[in-house]
Write a protein that binds this ligand. Structure first.
Ligand SMILES: CC(=O)N[C@H]1[C@@H](OP(=O)(O)OP(=O)(O)OC[C@H]2O[C@@H](n3ccc(=O)[nH]c3=O)[C@H](O)[C@@H]2O)O[C@H](CO)[C@@H](O)[C@@H]1O[C@H](C)C(=O)N[C@@H](C)C(=O)N[C@@H](CCC(=O)O)C(=O)O
Ligand SMILES: Nc1ncnc2c1ncn2[C@@H]1O[C@H](COP(=O)(O)OP(=O)(O)OP(=O)(O)O)[C@@H](O)[C@H]1O
Length: 473
């Protein structure tokens, strides 16, 4: 059975965030959130933080710590609210100002853009949800905590965080890797880049099984802004260990809407807009001692991919595929696998790329639709963490011409590249044309994505020197 948005909102009018329980033992802090949709279900998701980590210098349950834990609940609640989308959200776990309420509504609305779209819901930003708050007032709490000059680096196991780890290797002693339920690839990345257990901070998160059960029953489900959760959880970890920087690996390309001309972006919480919003929120309501930014924001995915290609030691270990993340595989059937295949292909031998994925994706019929979306023949990007149409076209220009320069005939190009060439001949690609005289693709890129420096970047000056080579590699 599948349930409808309007019917669910009619039946379940409120969502309650009652509070959170903290259970401290010698070596762990468990935080259990209490959410309820009256008449439907109660949810108690939890997080566990190690307390025996040698780098911890601040009290895990100080009033300031509790303020951050409360805020993690505000972001965690999205996953549970979306099951029935009740119009009224009652936050009894803490008071928020109107300015804060607007901030949260904006995150929920933008972060759920794909969820609304895919479920055929067109809510208005003003009335999709009202938020009433009561309970503890965290506003006057002191933010006087200790810092020790560390960089906290979230590691997802894909190429981006590896490029960050490598570019920060000069300041290795100050770095701490952070993993939230880390995958095998994430742990392997930390291992290969030489970070011992003491320089890793691992947090575990448990979803409430009742949500998974209701998903199966047909209640509303879909994409949630996972990176926003990462932002708040990593902020708490940064506080615990006195880190002054939280260094993400989000790229300029994440800013592009999934559906051109709309605000719907699968990667909303990886955008500059969210990065800046989080910086403003954390500075205003938490502290200015911890700075959250993305080291790779200046660059397009293709430039990051080129940089990644010089670190062969990670080739068999990294995984960017979301669908295969639990099995530690490249599924070879999703847009993200194809996108990564395209991004690294200009810079590596074809055999090398194939050996990473265990198969040749260029020849797969099953990927034709994803390919058409990635390269812009179909005007909607796949709902995945993939880059822009322009950089896919640019990569294709490099790959096709490289293949032809190596002696192949046009007729010998693999399936997906032939589709690209045909489309270029027909004038169907915005920045890619075919020159019949030279038998080569021509790029009409307005900006060469390999030399793009995105202006919305917020990289501190003292880090810029460490990344400039990404444009030149
Ligand atoms: C869906 C998700 O966010 N998964 C991340 C989560 O994995 P977990 O094992 O906890 O859950 P799943 O098995 O993936 O999902 C089970 C069901 O629960 C729902 N759900 C899950 C998480 C959540 O926060 N809310 C939910 O409602 C879901 O709808 C399913 O029905 O945590 C892992 C690490 O702790 C992450 O690695 C998982 O991320 C997936 C690999 C993934 O595909 N994530 C996508 C959201 C994604 O696109 N991630 C982007 C970030 C985009 C963004 O921030 O907006 C990325 O990887 O770059
Ligand atoms: N489970 C996780 N724990 C900690 N950080 C994470 C986790 N998942 C993702 N991240 C971080 O979130 C950011 C965005 O993730 P994303 O998946 O785009 O990057 P990636 O895994 O580094 O590279 P790729 O684009 O190749 O997948 C990166 O900084 C990444 O390290």
């Amino acid at each position: 059975m599948s349930f409808k948005y309007e019917e669910l909102r009619e039946k379940y009018q409120s969502f309650i965030y009652s509070g959170f329980e903290t259970i401290r033992t010698e070596d762990k802090l468990k935080v259990v959130y209490d959410f309820e949709v009256p008449g439907l279900a109660r949810f108690n998701p939890s997080l566990e933080f190690p307390l025996d980590h040698k780098l911890i210098i601040n009290d895990a349950l100080s009033p300031f710590a509790e303020k951050i834990l409360f805020s993690i609940g505000m972001v965690e609640l999205i996953s549970y609210w979306k099951i029935a989308c009740p119009p009224r959200v009652e936050v009894k776990a803490g008071k928020l100002t109107d300015d804060q309420i607007n901030w949260w509504k904006s995150l929920y609305f933008n972060g759920l853009g794909e969820f609304f779209f895919k479920n055929g819901i067109s809510p208005s930003k003003s009335d999709f949800m009202s938020i009433e708050t009561s309970g503890k007032d965290f506003s006057e709490i002191s933010s006087d905590f200790k810092t020790q000059g560390l960089n906290l680096i979230p590691v997802g196991g894909g190429k981006d965080s590896i490029v960050t780890l490598e570019h920060l290797s000069k300041v290795r002693d100050n770095n701490v890797c952070f993993g939230l339920n880390p995958t095998v690839a994430s742990r392997d990345s930390m291992e290969i880049s030489g970070y011992s257990d003491e320089q890793r901070f691992i947090v575990s998160r448990t979803l409430d099984p009742e949500m998974l059960r209701l998903n199966k029953e047909g209640y509303l489900n879909g994409h949630t802004p996972f990176s926003a959760l990462l932002a708040f959880v990593s902020y708490y970890v940064a506080y615990l260990i006195g880190a002054e920087n939280i260094i993400l690996s989000n790229e300029a390309s994440a800013n592009a809407a999934s559906i051109p001309g709309t605000e719907i972006n699968h990667q909303y919480s990886k955008t500059s807009e969210f990065e800046i919003a989080f910086q403003n929120y954390s500075e205003k309501y938490f502290s200015d001692k911890i700075y959250y930014f993305s080291l790779l924001r200046p660059f397009a995915e293709i430039a990051i991919a080129r940089s990644f290609c010089q670190y062969e030691q990670y080739f068999q270990a990294f995984r960017s595929c979301n669908l295969g993340s639990k099995k530690n595989i490249w599924c070879g059937e999703c847009p993200k696998c194809l996108f990564i295949y395209v991004m690294i292909s200009p810079f590596l031998q074809a055999e090398k790329v194939e050996s990473i994925f265990g198969q040749n994706l260029w020849e797969k019929e099953s990927l034709v639709k994803d390919w058409k979306e990635l390269i812009g023949i179909i005007p909607q990007k796949p709902f995945e963490c993939v880059g822009t149409v322009e950089e896919v076209q640019y990569a294709t220009y490099l790959i096709v011409n490289k293949t032809l320069d190596n002696g192949a005939e046009i007729s010998e190009l693999p399936l997906l590249l032939s589709i690209a060439v045909e489309s270029a001949k027909n004038g169907d690609l915005s920045e890619l044309k075919f020159d019949e005289n030279t038998n080569r693709l021509i790029s009409e890129a307005k900006v060469n994505p390999l030399s793009l420096w995105h202006e919305d970047e917020r990289v501190p000056e003292n880090f810029k020197g460490l990344i400039m080579d990404i444009l030149a590699e």
